[in-house]
Design a protein around this ligand. Structure first.
Ligand code: ADP
Ligand code: ASP
Ligand code: MG
Length: 422
């Protein structure tokens, strides 16, 4: 007997028919003797619908008081789907109880709309499990020290599931979704993408942080920190398939790097359309200039990603970096108001129509020429590279947004990702 956490995403919970299917699958696992905790997302479209209503009433509001209400609002989507799943399980003859985040409680900080989990109390859940119930815990939400409901950022139910699994020392967190695993790249962009049987935790962390939305990055961080075995698999297989077969399906995120992984130099390609480029041109090239620009941006809580500084000419240099779209306008205003006056003649330019495409693989550690191969593949397609950033197991380029799909396909081909590794 094992303690297993299942997570079901929005599409998997998208209708009463699908919720019934989830209930039948969970009941199958429970009847096989496992203790089951299930973390559902809101029904597909529901979070967007709720947030859209708020936007209609208060476009452009960003106060803490407003964000508090967004969390009150958005958390109801998961509360509804959790209760519906408990009802569906009871209808299958399976005792079940659902809890909202605050009832467990899942304690978080007070950063509304992107709160972080601090602790999870397992007492109530364990008592129910020991009483033979399936326990449903709402994804995406918790409660702050003052008793306010918080949410964990878009896609946050993945993180709820892994955090719950860590707190309960579960044997495995199974993330059921609308694809049958983690692919070499988003299969909706490259139909030739191939499902990976396993992927190292480090690679998954890079893929998620570089834009693969199949898992929220914090869920992977949790899995790494608490060594939670994690698997991504399909919720669309017939619910009554053989349990042992289902348990081995999908993609396993592993903490061990085996030989086969080393052979694949590049394991996957990630892309991100959420960033915008900002350049500060003609700044005096003297010590402290990077701090003057980026320090001011960081102090305003704006996250900076790729950074480049050009060689200087006549004592002047150009400085470019990327930020998330949501911070773009605020960042430009900030630079114009606070930084430019102090820098003399510098100008700020922005380009929101860029994207970042990245290749990821632990094999890159031991192979040379991987980045060069990436640049050649892009040049053969006539794609201009605006910025480059590398680390041990990834290389990212910033390019014009309109070439994103072309670039991803070209790289997928160049690194033979459509073919199984030999
Ligand atoms: P859920 O609602 O179950 O959380 P998401 O939409 O958040 O599902 O995540 C699943 C989606 O992630 C897939 O439908 C797919 O389009 C996208 N995706 C992006 N990159 C990848 C990848 N490398 N492998 C698999 N799916 C990916
Ligand atoms: N319902 C939330 C969202 O749409 C959380 C999730 O699905 O993981 O972002
Ligand atoms: Mg998701």
């Amino acid at each position: 007997m094992a303690l297993i956490v299942h997570k079901y995403g929005g599409t998997s919970m998208g209708s009463t028919e699908r919720i019934r299917n989830v209930a039948k699958r969970v009941a199958k696992w429970a009847r096989a003797g496992h203790q089951m905790v299930v973390v559902p997302s809101a029904m597909s479209g529901e979070t967007n619908r709720l947030l859209g209503l708020a936007k209609e009433l208060a476009p452009g509001k960003h106060t803490a008081a407003y964000r508090r209400e967004l969390d009150m609002l958005a958390s109801t989507g998961e509360q509804a789907s959790s209760a519906l799943l408990a009802i569906a399980l009871q209808a299958e003859g399976m005792p079940s109880v659902s809890y909202a985040g605050w009832q467990v409680p899942i304690k978080t900080d007070s950063a509304y709309t992107k709160a972080r989990i601090d602790s999870i109390d397992d007492k109530r859940v364990r008592a129910d499990l020991n009483a033979g119930k399936v326990v449903i815990i709402t994804g995406f939400q918790g409660v702050d020290p003052d008793g306010n409901v918080t949410t964990l950022g878009r896609g946050g139910s993945d993180t709820s599931a892994v955090a719950v699994a860590a707190a309960l020392k579960a044997d495995e967190a199974l993330i059921y979704t609308d694809v049958d695993g983690v692919y070499t790249t988003d299969p909706r962009v490259v139909p030739e993408a191939r499902r990976l049987q396993s992927l190292s935790f480090e690679e998954m962390l890079e893929m998620a942080s570089l834009g693969s939305k199949v898992l929220q990055i914090r869920s992977v961080e949790f899995a790494g920190k608490y060594k939670v075995p994690m698997r991504v698999l399909s919720s669309f297989t017939p619910w009554d398939i053989d349990l042992a077969e289902e348990a081995k399906s999908g993609t396993l995120i592993t903490f061990e790097e085996d030989e086969k992984m080393e052979k694949a130099v590049v394991s996957g390609i990630a892309f991100n359309r959420d960033e915008a480029k900002i350049s500060v041109l003609g700044v005096p090239d003297r010590p402290g200039i990077a701090y003057q620009i980026l320090g001011t941006v960081a102090d305003a809580n704006i996250e900076i990603d790729v950074i480049i500084q050009n060689v200087s000419k006549d004592g002047k240099t150009d400085f470019s970096f990327t930020v998330n779209h949501v911070d773009y306008a605020r960042c430009i205003d900030l630079l114009k108001e606070k930084v430019l006056p102090e820098l003399g003649a510098a100008v700020v330019e922005g380009d929101p129509r860029i994207c970042k495409v990245s290749i990821v693989g632990i094999g890159m550690r031991s192979h040379v020429g991987v980045a060069a191969k990436m640049f050649r593949a892009l040049s053969e397609e006539g794609i201009n590279i605006q910025m480059i950033s590398t680390s041990e197991i990834k290389t990212s380029v910033v390019i014009d947004e309109k070439y994103m799909e072309l670039a991803v396909r070209a790289l997928h081909r160049a690194f033979d990702l459509d073919q199984a590794p030999v």
